[in-house]
Design a protein around this ligand. Structure first.
Ligand SMILES: NC(=O)c1ccc[n+]([C@@H]2O[C@H](COP(=O)([O-])OP(=O)(O)OC[C@H]3O[C@@H](n4cnc5c(N)ncnc54)[C@H](OP(=O)(O)O)[C@@H]3O)[C@@H](O)[C@H]2O)c1
Length: 268
């Protein structure tokens, strides 16, 4: 089975190197990029190709490019793809309906998370109705090289993406705010504050998963009645819901606008 990647940017590069690291041999891994000079370093692990060569040779083709460029690339590779090839796109805003106007192949949408870099992605995946169980098995075994795989229906891919693909950004910004605030009240150097908070955050998540603790359990274990932690958790439960609601309202609104733009770029 040959795996191809079109677009050697943030996602394409990450997937190519992870697939190679998982044991896919160079002869079975193809890569193409608009700026071919960027592919020099990939030469040791993949067959450097054009978009057309990827389409002609590969059984699974990951199109790792931005939505604005997607229609043209699909139109270019569509006629060249093997009849039974599985096309994989990486953007939640491009619907199967839009893709099917250009390419009639079996298609999967895959949304990895930044945490794939340490093999701990929770990759969202959804399929059009042409994809078989065997295709799903093959794709999921590839994606498991970077973490867990979560299949969702197409209408839930947006919220799924918020929860796993956007979440590293949300989490980082929340704890950035917390570290900034801590800094105002201590002489501990910023670097040390960040390290203390990050390690505690990561360990808290691990602890809750391992011991099957709910958020309430974790809060109750630390915030004893009348104690110091309780003062802080009260503030968070009083004031943070408004920010969290607004965050999802804004991101989901932006997602709708992006989907509308994508629709227009596909001429619908
Ligand atoms: N970044 C994330 O965390 C993330 C997470 C989940 C999903 N996604 C989705 O993944 C997709 C790719 O995102 P990205 O962050 O990897 O984008 P990116 O870093 O901008 O990479 C896009 C790549 O596509 C190449 N490209 C553009 N037009 C091409 C063409 N006609 N033929 C061949 N290659 C072409 C670009 O080549 P040049 O070198 O010439 O620019 C660039 O290397 C997007 O749909 C994005 O929404 C991203």
């Amino acid at each position: 089975m040959k795996v191809g990647i079109i677009g050697y940017g943030s996602m394409g590069k990450m997937l190519l190197w992870k697939f190679s690291g998982s044991g896919i041999r160079k002869e079975e891994l193809y890569v193409a990029n608009r700026t071919s000079e960027k592919l020099g370093e990939a030469e040791e692990i993949a067959v450097i190709s054009s978009n057309r060569e990827v389409a002609v040779n590969c059984d699974i083709v990951f199109v790792c490019i931005r939505p604005v460029d997607l229609k043209d690339v699909l139109a270019e590779i569509g006629p060249e793809l093997k009849k039974d090839a599985l096309l994989v796109t990486l953007n939640g805003s491009i619907t199967f309906d839009m893709i099917e106007k250009v390419v009639e192949h079996k298609t999967a949408k895959v949304i990895p998370s930044l945490t794939a870099e340490i093999d701990r992605s929770q990759t969202i995946v959804c399929y059009n109705e042409k994809v078989t169980d065997e295709d799903k098995k093959i794709l999921e075994s590839l994606l498991k090289t970077v973490g867990d795989v979560i299949e969702l229906p197409e209408n839930e891919v947006g919220m799924g993406s918020e929860l796993v693909s956007c979440m590293p950004g949300f989490i980082a910004s929340i704890f950035d705010v917390i570290c900034n605030s801590a800094q105002k009240h201590t002489e501990i150097p910023r670097e040390q504050i960040v390290s203390m908070v990050l390690k505690t955050m990561s360990a808290t998540g691990e602890l809750m998963l391992e011991k099957k603790m709910s958020f309430e359990d974790a809060v109750n274990r630390v915030a004893t009645k009348g104690g110091i932690t309780e003062e802080g958790t009260k503030v968070i439960y009083d004031l943070f819901p408004q920010a969290a609601d607004m965050m999802f309202e804004k991101t989901l609104e932006k997602r709708k606008l992006t989907a509308q733009k994508a629709k227009e770029s596909f001429g619908s």
